[in-house]
Design a protein around this ligand. Structure first.
Ligand SMILES: CCC[C@@H]1OC(=O)[C@@H](C)C[C@H](C)CCCCC(=O)CCC[C@@H](CC)/C=C/C=C(\COC)CC[C@@H](O)[C@@H](O)C[C@H](O)CNC1=O
Length: 152
């Protein structure tokens, strides 16, 4: 049950940071945190990653509800074991719900984490995206790792 507290924490942090950006920054305003590496830039995205499928809100609602449903079923199925895997799924759950709230309430997603990786300006993202990507990576690691363990 406490896995859902992790998801709640991700949602709260995501929504709080987005609220601060919307309240305290003009659209397009950028604050330098680390020159040439990390900026806080107020940005909006009506699409998914890299702005793909812009404006297709119903598609995003459908996909997100499926993703949320699948994660909850998976967490329930895992039962007592696989605590690490459930933590990873909770991160994904929090991220998916965080962006879902934006899409329902604002009809767009608030982004503000603006990074330059080897001078490539990576798409501006948010806490929910970070939780999703970290969750996806951890789920892959834990399922691959456990798969290797069983195969021995
Ligand atoms: C993180 C998934 C994107 C997130 O999906 C969601 O909400 C889920 C729950 C619902 C989507 C409708 C369905 C999944 C689409 C999958 C996808 O798109 C391919 C993703 C690959 C992934 C490799 C693992 C790249 C990651 C990229 C970015 C994040 O890097 C940290 C850049 C984010 C910026 O473009 C930012 O503007 C995006 C904006 O915040 C809206 N975010 C979303 O749509």
């Amino acid at each position: 049950m406490w896995y859902y507290l992790i998801a709640l924490f991700v949602i709260a942090l995501d929504q709080l940071t987005k609220w601060i950006v919307v309240q305290k920054m003009e659209y397009g305003e950028s604050i330098t945190v680390i020159e040439n590496f990390f900026y806080i830039t107020s940005h909006r995205n009506r699409g998914a990653a890299w702005g793909i499928l812009e404006g297709k809100m119903w598609f995003f609602y459908l996909i997100t509800i499926i993703v949320i449903g699948a994660i909850i079923v998976y967490i329930q199925k895992l039962g007592k074991k696989e605590a690490r895997l459930k933590v990873a799924l909770a991160f994904m759950l929090g991220g998916a719900i965080g962006n879902f709230i934006d899409r329902v309430v604002r009809k767009e997603v608030v982004d503000f984490i603006d990074t330059y990786i080897f001078s490539y300006n990576y798409p501006i993202f948010n806490i929910a995206d970070s939780a999703l990507v970290i969750g996806v990576i951890l789920v892959c690691v834990f399922t691959l790792f456990d798969g290797k363990k069983e195969s021995k």
